[in-house]
Design a protein around this ligand. Structure first.
Ligand code: SAH
Length: 417
C-alpha cells in the first residue's frame, strides 16, 4: 500500500449506499454562480474567484469543497476549491471537466517533465521545486524535491484533501527518482486541527543530503523553514559564484548558507554569513563543514540592519536577501521604507567598486517598485551606482501568463563606484 501506516492522514470516508447517494447529490449541488460582470476573469483564465463575484448563497459549503462555477444559465465554466475567504475559489480546471486521478496525474507529470526538460534532475543537482501552485496549474500546492524526497506543502484545505490523488501522481511521474513523500501543511494551514504532518509514501531520515549545482546541503524538512531550503535562489547563487572568485563576500540573511557555499565552491577567498537566527547559523555551519570550507568561513549572529548601519569590515561583495518585508498590500509602504533603509546603509558602507546582490521576495513590491526603491537609496547616499544585472525567480517557479501575481522574487546586481 502506497501510504503505509500513514493512510489516516487522508480523510478517507466510508459511505453506505444511502450515504453515497446523499454525498453524490451534495457534490452535484455544489455549484457557484458567477456575477455576469465578473465572467471576464474566467474568460481570461485567471485562477482566482473573489468572494464578491459570487451570486449564489455559499452557507452550505465547507472550506475545501470542490465546486463547479457556472454562469447565470447554469453552464459549467470551471471547477475549483472553495473557501470562506477573500479568494473564494481557486480554479483547478476550466470548462466542464472532472477533477479526478487522471487530472492530477496529467498536471503532475507535465510539471515534472518541464523540470526534466530544463535538466534540473542531474547527478550534480538534486534539488528543485516540482510543483509551484498556479504556475503549474495546481493552485494551493507546493512540492519541493530533495534527492528523492518530495516535500508537499498545501496552502488550501481543498488541496490537502486531494493528497490521495497527488501522491500516486508523484509516484507515477517520478518513478525511480522517488524515495519518499512527506506532507508538511500544518504550518501553512495553522487553523485546521485535521491537518497532520508525516510521510505519505516511504520514509527518509533527516537531515538528508541533496545537491545544488555540485554543492552538498543538509536538508531537514521537519525542523527547517518552509520545506527546508530556499530553492528559488539557485540561479542567482550560480551568478554570485561567477563574481566571487578571489573575493571577500558578506552573505546577510543567509539561512542555510546557500549563497555562501556557491561563492566558496567557486573560489571566494573568504565568506562571512550573517543571520539573526542562531538555528540558521547552525545550519550554515553544518553545510560549510559538510563541503570542507571551514577555514575560509566565519558566521555572525546579528541583526542585518544594525550590522549594515556600521559595517565593521570591508567586503568586495554583499548579498542582501531578507525575508518578505510585506505579506499584504497594506504593508507595502512600510516594506519599501525597509528595503530603502537596508540598501542605503549597504550602498553607503561598501568599498569603492563593491558589488551588491540585493533581493526582495515580497509579492506586493513589484519589479519596478523595487528598482525605484534601490535607486532612491542610491540617490540618498550620493554615490554612483550602476545596475549590472536584473534577477528573478527560476524556471521551476513558473508564472502563469494569466496569473501575474505569481511573480514574487526580484533582485538587482549593482556596482557602487
Ligand atoms: N538567503 C537565504 C534565504 C533567506 S530567508 C538562502 O539563500 O537560503 C530569510 C532569513 O533572514 C532567515 O534565515 C531569517 O532567520 C533571517 N532574518 C530575518 N530577519 C533578520 C534580521 N533582521 N537580520 C538578520 N537575519 C534575519
Amino acid at each position: 500500500m502506497i501510504y503505509g501506516k500513514n493512510i489516516n492522514f487522508l480523510r478517507i470516508r466510508r459511505y453506505s449506499f444511502a450515504g453515497a447517494t446523499i454525498f453524490a447529490l451534495r457534490i452535484m449541488k455544489r455549484t457557484v454562480s458567477i456575477h455576469p460582470k465578473k465572467l471576464h476573469s474566467i474568460e481570461r483564465k485567471h485562477p482566482w474567484i473573489f468572494s464578491g463575484a459570487i451570486t449564489s448563497k455559499t452557507d452550505a459549503f465547507e472550506d475545501g469543497d470542490l465546486v463547479a462555477l457556472t454562469d447565470s444559465k447554469g453552464t459549467i465554466l470551471a471547477r475549483g476549491h472553495f473557501q470562506h475567504a477573500t479568494i473564494a475559489v481557486r480554479i483547478l480546471n476550466f470548462g466542464d471537466k472532472p477533477i479526478d486521478h487522471v487530472f492530477f496525474k496529467n498536471r503532475v507529470s507535465n510539471a515534472v517533465q518541464t523540470r526534466r526538460n530544463s535538466d534540473l534532475f542531474r547527478d550534480d543537482n538534486s534539488i528543485c521545486r516540482i510543483i509551484h501552485g498556479e504556475g503549474d496549474g495546481l493552485p494551493g500546492l507546493i512540492v519541493d524535491y530533495y534527492a528523492g524526497v518530495a516535500v508537499v506543502q498545501c496552502h488550501s484545505i481543498g488541496m490537502y484533501r486531494e493528497l490521495d490523488k497527488i501522491v500516486p501522481a508523484l509516484v507515477s511521474a517520478l518513478g525511480d527518482d522517488l524515495i519518499a513523500v512527506y506532507s508538511k501543511s500544518s504550518e501553512t494551514l495553522p487553523d485546521r486541527s485535521d491537518v497532520e504532518d508525516g510521510y505519505l509514501h516511504g520514509e527518509c531520515e533527516t537531515p538528508h543530503i541533496a545537491l545544488e549545482n555540485g554543492v552538498k546541503f543538509n536538508i531537514d524538512w521537519i525542523t527547517g523553514q518552509k520545506t527546508g531550503f530556499f530553492i528559488d535562489q539557485r540561479e542567482n547563487r550560480l551568478l554570485l559564484a561567477k563574481y566571487a572568485k578571489g573575493k571577500k563576500v558578506l552573505n546577510t540573511f543567509c539561512y542555510s548558507g546557500g549563497f555562501s557555499l556557491l561563492a566558496l565552491q567557486n573560489g571566494a577567498n573568504l565568506v562571512h554569513s550573517l543571520d539573526s537566527s542562531k538555528k540558521a547559523i547552525e545550519l550554515t555551519d553544518a553545510n560549510i563543514d559538510l563541503n570542507g570550507f571551514t577555514d575560509q568561513h566565519k558566521s555572525i549572529v546579528a541583526d542585518a540592519m544594525n550590522y549594515m548601519k556600521d559595517l565593521p569590515e570591508d567586503y568586495d561583495i554583499i548579498v542582501l536577501d531578507p525575508p518578505a518585508f510585506a505579506k499584504h498590500r497594506n504593508k507595502r509602504h512600510k516594506a519599501v521604507q525597509g528595503y530603502k533603509r537596508l540598501n542605503a546603509h549597504t550602498i553607503r558602507q561598501i568599498k569603492p567598486g563593491g558589488i551588491i546582490f540585493t533581493f526582495s521576495c515580497s509579492q506586493v513590491v513589484d519589479k519596478q517598485l523595487f528598482t525605484n526603491t534601490v535607486i532612491a537609496a542610491a540617490i540618498e547616499t550620493g554615490r554612483n551606482v550602476r545596475i549590472l544585472e536584473q534577477l528573478h525567480q527560476p524556471m521551476d517557479h513558473p508564472i502563469s501568463a494569466f496569473h501575474p501575481e505569481g511573480e514574487y522574487l526580484k533582485g538587482l546586481v549593482i556596482q557602487v563606484d
